[in-house]
Design a protein around this ligand. Structure first.
Ligand code: NAP
Length: 337
């Protein structure tokens, strides 16, 4: 408890009401106490994920979910704990830090361990967080805390798409839509260096070089070329951002090919594809097991987070605004020093 012995208050970003990024406020609150089954972590990093934006807005942004937005708003508010204002006042799910206190029932973790993870109850835009040890994994030794905080929430949808759903074989052709974003940059590296696929990344002009540098064999500039019309077929199309649709892409899938998206049904016509065996939705896996596997891949040099910008905790609103543009180049991270 080195740092907490003399400190009772910590910095935290809170979301007192639903609304635009400016509702986020930096404040001071009491440092939480772990119970006997929990650990207290001095948190050095978090990241921005779509779910943070949804919980802050209390409704779905226009670019997501489209016709289903009116139905999704109440579901988001229910999940954020309040219809009028969020009950879970501190946003953020990813974290990376050092254990500073361990509940007496906790086995296997000690003060001083460097850890990272995804805290399902949220609340990681703070200097200290209490978490369940079941969510913890050792931080990759070759990443800073801020780099490690970029992994949960970003790598996990791609992991689910490749490991749990598609399992592409060596040499198979994989198309990744949104290859330059927070999820897509992990997907490109996994497809290339873990599954040894032939990778084509779809991204904008300014990101073509970066996407090739991280492993894409081919790149397609979505501003200039329609990837559904180049006569090439793919064994797997991973839509990291929900920009493509199965109906548009089915012509460029091989007979056994899969279209896997991060975005569940967002257009009425997609409803007809839900039962199609070539259409699948991935669900992020941020379990400790998943993060341990990701650590192995990171430490062996096969994958690494691509960081767009690191903001300080006091700049969290700006970080949200930046992520909301939909033009991130890799992950948007919060450094908590
Ligand atoms: N299923 C799950 O468990 C799960 C979990 C987390 C998130 N998600 C979903 O994942 C999505 C967010 O992904 P993300 O965080 O990776 O996004 P992001 O970091 O905001 O990245 C978006 C990237 O896509 C590029 N892009 C935009 N339009 C494009 C297009 N038409 N074709 C190709 N590239 C395009 C942008 O580049 P430019 O600047 O060049 O436009 C940007 O680099 C959301 O839809 C969210 O709902 C799903």
């Amino acid at each position: 408890m080195k740092e907490t012995e003399n400190k009772r208050k910590m910095k935290a970003v809170i979301c007192p009401k639903y609304g635009p990024a400016k509702v986020l406020k930096l404040t001071e609150i009491d440092i939480p106490h772990p119970n006997e089954n929990e650990v207290l972590i001095r948190n050095y990093g978090s990241s921005i994920n779509t779910v943070d934006i949804l919980y802050r807005l209390g409704k779905a942004p226009k670019r997501l979910f489209w016709a289903f937005r009116p139905l999704i708003g109440p579901a988001i508010r229910h999940s954020a704990g309040g219809f009028r204002k969020p009950k879970k006042r501190i946003p953020g799910f990813g974290f990376a830090g050092e254990i500073v206190s361990v509940g007496k029932e906790v086995k296997n973790w000690q003060v001083g361990n460097h850890v990272y993870g995804y805290n399902p109850p949220g609340g990681t835009y703070t200097e200290f967080i209490v978490v369940s040890p079941s969510t913890l994994a050792k931080k990759p030794t070759n990443l800073s805390f801020q780099e490690a905080a970029a992994v949960p929430g970003g790598a996990s949808p791609a992991l689910s798409a490749f490991r749990d759903i598609a399992r592409p074989k060596k040499g198979q052709k994989v198309l990744i839509i949104g290859a330059s974003g927070g999820i897509g940059t992990f997907a490109v590296q996994m497809a290339k260096y873990i599954y040894e696929a032939e990778v084509t990344g779809v991204c904008g002009s300014t990101n073509l070089d970066m996407v090739q540098e991280i492993g894409a064999d081919f790149v397609i500039d979505y501003h200039k070329e329609d990837y559904t019309k180049n006569n090439k077929k793919y064994d797997l199309i991973f839509d990291a951002i929900g920009a493509g649709t199965f109906s548009k892409c089915r012509n460029i899938l091989t007979a056994e090919g899969l279209f896997v998206t991060t975005n569940p049904v967002i257009r009425p016509k997609n409803l007809f594809h839900v039962n199609n065996s070539n259409f699948r939705v991935c669900k992020a896996d941020d379990s400790a097991d998943a993060l341990n596997l990701l650590r192995e891949w990171i430490e062996s040099g096969k994958i690494k987070p691509v960081i767009d910008t690191v903001y300080s905790l006091s700049q969290t609103a700006e970080a949200h605004r930046h992520y909301e543009t939909g033009h991130s180049k890799g992950r948007v991270v919060i450094s908590i020093n």
